[in-house]
Design a protein around this ligand. Structure first.
Ligand code: C2E
Ligand code: MG
Ligand code: MG
Ligand code: MG
Length: 284
């Protein structure tokens, strides 16, 4: 009560802050309710093997199904979820849902592909991460090898030593790890060599420029070489054009993800694509 009064008198004297704070509080409250009512949805975007053109994995991407505002993209609520700590229960929901869905596909007779889930910094740092993951895997019946976690350089470089420790624990569970948005952060090569990750996902901003800009192209070539020299896979995100595909093929990139192949899809549509089993890359 006293807190509320204090807050409202403060609001009275600072009208613009008042409005922003009010909006944030409303969004936070809405997010809390959305979690209780499970108003979230996962879309699945295929990852394509560049050599075979076959789907070799997928990334689960969360959406908020808002009663009035329709589908809200993660950029609009993940930062607030992160700030308020709501990302932990939301992230657990995403993990449970992605694992359950993947098992369901397998039970329906589909050739299962690994599912990748994005972790936020707060989830990554929370002490009981490996125990929670273990219990989520056990409940769902998904094999650890079928779950991949996407981490970003910035959440690792906050405290690289501790991060390396957590990554080793995750690897011990049997999970795969990817470094997402690679190239936009600032991990030193010295650290990169010590990260027990399986794949580097080259950020979309570099892929955008490969066909038009020689320096963009050389960044991508270099990242793919670094990945391969360290024994890691190279994944390109945000592939939209045939030119980008041809370039990535010449560089020997391993996996591709982007609108050229498919947008993120509702579960049924992704399952239909898996069932078809056709090659998603155009012939050379
Ligand atoms: P991200 O992990 O880098 O995911 C890739 C984003 O690029 C997705 O945006 C995807 O829809 C988009 N994308 C894929 N292919 C293309 C393309 O060819 N062109 C363009 N322009 N975009 C493409 P989305 O779904 O809006 O997600 C944005 C970010 O939100 C993700 O970036 C990720 O960092 C975060 N995010 C999404 N789901 C979750 C989640 O469950 N938990 C957490 N912590 N973060 C999430
Ligand atoms: Mg990702
Ligand atoms: Mg990414
Ligand atoms: Mg990105």
């Amino acid at each position: 009560r006293a807190k509320r009064l204090e807050r409202s008198s403060f609001l009275f004297y600072a009208p613009e802050m008042n409005q922003r704070l009010q909006e944030t509080l409303e969004l936070e409250e809405a997010l809390r309710q959305a979690l209780e009512q499970e108003q979230f949805l996962l879309l699945y975007q295929p990852k394509v093997n560049l050599v075979t053109g076959q789907i070799c994995g997928c990334e689960a991407l969360v959406r908020w199904q808002h009663a009035q505002r329709g589908l809200i993209s993660p950029a609009q609520f993940i930062p607030l979820a992160e700030e308020t700590g709501l990302i932990v229960p939301l992230g657990d929901w995403v993990l449970r849902q992605a694992c359950a869905q993947t098992c369901q596909w397998r039970d329906a007779g589909l050739q299962p592909v690994p599912v990748a889930v994005n972790l936020s910094a707060r989830q990554f740092r929370k002490g009981d991460l490996t125990q929670r993951l273990q219990s989520i895997l056990q409940h769902s019946g998904l094999a650890a090898g079928e779950l991949e976690l996407e981490l970003t350089e910035s959440m690792i470089m906050d405290n690289p030593q501790q991060a390396v420790q957590i990554m080793h624990e995750l690897k011990q569970l049997g999970l795969s790890l990817s470094l997402d948005d690679f190239g936009t952060g600032y991990s030193s090569l010295n650290y990169l060599r010590r990260f027990p990750v399986d794949n580097l996902k080259i950020d979309r901003s570099f892929i955008r420029d490969v066909a038009t800009d020689t320096s963009g192209a050389s960044v991508v070539t270099s990242i793919i070489q670094i990945a391969h020299n360290l024994g890691l896979g190279a994944v390109a995100e945000g592939v939209e054009t045939r030119d980008q595909l041809d370039f990535l093929r010449r560089c020997g990139c391993d996996q591709l993800q982007g609108y050229l192949f498919s947008k993120p899809l509702p579960a049924e549509d992704f399952a239909a694509l898996l069932r078809e089993g056709r090659s998603l890359t155009p012939p050379i």
